[in-house]
Design a protein around this ligand. Structure first.
Ligand code: NPW
Ligand code: ADP
Ligand code: K
Length: 511
């Protein structure tokens, strides 16, 4: 699903009104009706006090329409107008008139702190103060109102965006952003819903299709894309019946050191569970028996050194080389890595200490084959590209870095971002149970397994991240966040594929 910027959304609005010959008030009615339906479906007429806080722009206009529809269905609604400005949008004004005609209980005008209403624990708050029109931080009593709502124990539903959250930059005043339990957003998710520093304001998120112009939406170049099941499935290559294991490639995993051979077991298991035809590992001598007993399906080659990798002597013509897990940063390992880089011509997958070696030896990056995939977590990324001021600055710095070295970067996190030149793919699967030792090793094995099966490295990264997260979700269902371990993610890869290929699911853009 495409993620659009505020100005792209505004353009889509205009084109839609033109092509469908509807007014902006009609579009507001349509958008807010969708919100009403969602609320009504969940509350089923319940006798809950609903407090709708409306700004005086179009986000506030949406709030007024939602309130009107709720009142028409006999909900207990109280409307508050957050009078942050004397300017009112035309659609706000016409809906203000409509709600005044409907009920004797007129909206309450809030002009300062003294006007704040009581918000009780069981209240249902609708935040329709600001949406994508926010262009400066909240100030004074309006900022205090947001803080006041946040401090209440009420359930908060944000309309389009939590008020105070910018669509294109990070808000500096943490207290002046609504912390929603749920956000119903129009037509497209916003990039800030997925950034580590802003995602917590959004709560659960659902995208409402408000029928913006199809042709415009399909042609426009997005700022990023959310990868849900439908997008992941479109990347899947079905297997030909008439195939043999040679068709699915050969993965070479190079890694491990004394006490850290487990990371290679995890990555290699994951590569085979993802469908690699053959997997060979290259480990220090101490890893020989561990590998042979824990993963008989893999072939094992060893270094001359017992504890660490010092010389990667192999002429194996693998389809992909995965390097780094548990490998350490000894001088002799760095030399061996440099030699491996020089002789490898096909894209590689680099993780963990492989990344740290690059951070300390920048000159080695020039030897990395084009289209290689790096899989840092934020700390590894920071060592690689330096500090950033905020998440938007980080995105810019990653894009500069991949342009320079022609790479793909998989930035791991609660929402993993895959960067290629000019594009960002944001994953929708995964859960906090995956914050467990070794789940990153599994991911590098998954991506390597897909590259060996001739997926383009970019698609291997995007699909691999999706399937890895899905397998994590399946593992959590079976064993809970606390009880799952990273080996489960490798073991359940088959179920993640089955889920991807099953017929009975339709939800696009998210899971
Ligand atoms: N396709 C869609 O998605 C549809 C979208 N619709 C809805 O429209 C919403 C966007 O509405 P909007 O453009 O009127 O902006 P909104 O967020 O209400 O802000 C209002 C004004 O506030 C001002 N202002 C800004 N910051 C401020 C501050 N800190 N403190 C004080 N004032 C501040 C600024 O005006 P300024 O003062 O700069 O002139 C701004 O223009 C969108 O989120 C969605 O809910 C649907 O109705 C139809 C389909
Ligand atoms: N809260 C979370 N939600 C979704 N995925 C997560 C979460 N926490 C961690 N993950 C995923 O788990 C993996 C952790 O990788 P990494 O930090 O390299 O761990 P390790 O070094 O232990 O292998 C990444 O793929 C990351 O996206
Ligand atoms: K809002």
């Amino acid at each position: 699903m495409k993620i659009l910027t505020a100005s792209q959304i505004k353009e889509a609005d205009k084109i839609t009104m033109n092509n469908q010959e509807i007014s902006s008030e009609d579009l507001m009615e349509r958008a807010a009706t969708q919100v009403f339906k969602e609320i009504h479906e969940r509350l089923q007429g319940a006798d809950i006090p609903i407090k709708v806080f409306c700004g005086v722009g179009n986000n506030g206009g949406d709030g007024l329409v939602i309130a009107r529809l709720l009142l028409e269905h006999s909900y207990k609604v109280k409307v508050f107008i957050v009078n942050y400005s004397d300017k009112r949008s035309p659609d706000f004004l016409s809906n203000y008139d409509k709600i005044k005609n409907l009920s004797n209980d007129w909206p309450v005008l809030l002009k300062g702190e003294d006007d704040f209403p009581e918000i009780a624990m069981g209240d249902f708050v609708v935040d329709a103060i600001f949406g994508i029109g926010l262009n400066r931080p909240l100030e004074g009593w309006v900022a205090k109102l947001v803080n006041f709502i946040n401090k209440s124990s009420a359930f908060v539903l944000a309309i389009d965006m939590p008020s105070g959250l910018f669509s294109d930059k990070v808000s500096e005043e943490e207290d002046a952003v609504i912390k929603a339990n749920f956000t119903l957003t129009f037509q497209t998710p916003k990039l800030v819903f997925f950034l580590p520093s802003t995602m917590d304001y959004v709560g659960e998120m659902q995208v409402l299709d408000i029928g913006l112009d199809r042709a415009f939406l399909s042609e426009i170049t997005p700022s990023a894309q959310l990868i849900g099941r439908q997008e992941a499935r479109s990347l899947y290559n079905p297997r030909n019946k008439n195939s043999h294991k040679g068709n699915f490639g050969h993965v070479l995993v190079v890694g491990g050191s004394y006490g850290k051979i487990g990371s290679v077991v995890l990555a290699t298991t994951a590569s085979l569970r993802t469908g690699a035809g053959l997997s060979t590992v290259f480990v220090p001598k101490c890893g020989y028996e561990i590998m042979q007993t824990s993963l008989p399906e893999a072939m094992v080659m060893t270094d001359e050194n017992y504890e660490m990798i010092t010389d990667i002597k192999t002429d194996l013509d693998a389809d992909v080389v995965c390097f780094g897990m548990g490998v350490g940063r000894d001088k002799s390992t760095i030399v061996a890595f440099k030699e491996l880089l020089k002789k490898t011509k096909k894209p590689m997958v680099i993780d963990a200490d492989g990344l740290n070696i690059f951070s300390e030896n920048n000159e080695l990056l020039q030897y990395l084959p084009e289209n290689s995939v790096l899989t840092p977590h934020p700390k590894e990324l920071q060592r690689l590209i330096g500090e950033w001021t905020d998440d938007f600055d980080k995105i810019k710095k990653v894009q500069d870095f991949i342009r320079k070295y022609r790479l793909i970067v998989v930035l791991k996190g609660a929402h993993t971002f895959v960067f290629e030149q000019g594009n960002i793919y944001i994953n929708s699967t995964g859960n906090p149970g995956m914050a467990t030792a070794g789940s990153g090793d599994v991911l590098s094995g998954v991506i390597s397994g897909l590259i060996s099966q001739k997926y383009e490295p970019l698609f291997a990264a995007v699909l691999g991240v999706y399937l890895h997260g899905k397998s994590g979700d399946i593992s959590a269902e079976k064993s809970s966040y606390e009880g799952m371990i990273s080996g489960d993610i490798a073991e359940n890869m088959g179920l993640a594929f089955s889920d991807l290929l099953s017929e009975n699911k339709t939800n696009p853009g998210s899971d």
